[in-house]
Design a protein around this ligand. Sequence first.
Ligand SMILES: [Fe+2]
Length: 285
Amino acid sequence: MPEKEKNDARGPSRREFMRKSLRGALAAGFVFSAADSQTLSITRNTLPLKGLSPVLSGFKIAFASDFHHGPLVPIEDIRNAVKMINGLFADVILLGGDYISKDTSYYDAVFAQLSRLSAPYGVYSVPGNHEYWTGVSTYTEKLARTPIVDLTNTGFTVRGGLYIAGLDDEWTGAPGADAAVSAAPAGVPRIVFTHNPCLADSLPPEYASLILAGHTHGWQVYVPMVTRWAMPIDTMRKYRAGYYRTPAGLMYVARGVGLYYMPLRFCASPEIVLFTLVPSPLGEG
Ligand SMILES: [Fe+2]
């Protein structure tokens, strides 16, 4: 019998075995990544801030965005997010908009859950583009019935020397960069949060020590190189997730809590972000 036929008679060749094993490993990796991509987690950052008073060392800021409660994001997911955020014992909680997707009847349930958020310096909100697309007055009216404070284009000073401000949505709202920081004491670090990270491109240089944004969902289904190329909206290509250095200041783009359009995330898992501030003469800001 020829050599090749002898091998075939003993079963699959070594090469075929390797091919099948590789295919199996890739399939298992894909399934694991897809499953892991749906799990909400907490991203913890320690952030050295130039000019931060030592009395505020250890001050904690929680940021969560893009809840999108609706048919694709059940209320259990929102309840779970609230539990996780409260478990961080943050000093202040900032919410970056997109509470619903299309149907404003979901506001009552999502705000009922978010009303349970608690922090010594309060819970604050700015609207996202979905608030505008569905009629921003509904968001404003519903939010006014909660303990959450709308911080659109305004801010406040934390005793000890930290200014926190919110900015309106870049796409659909009317961001007031000057108004938001008009009450900021000179030389005090500024934390600014908004929905759309593209707003950073039109803010004055060195506007904030830290800019927080959401909106991108980490591109929700992220396949390196492919997703950027296939992105249907040009302005979504620039920022995806994580830290960016911008002329206006250091920015962190959070991947958000919920999802939109399709019930799937891939390599862009949902996140809540926690920043612990520490003073540093060489730090950011
Ligand atoms: Fe969103």
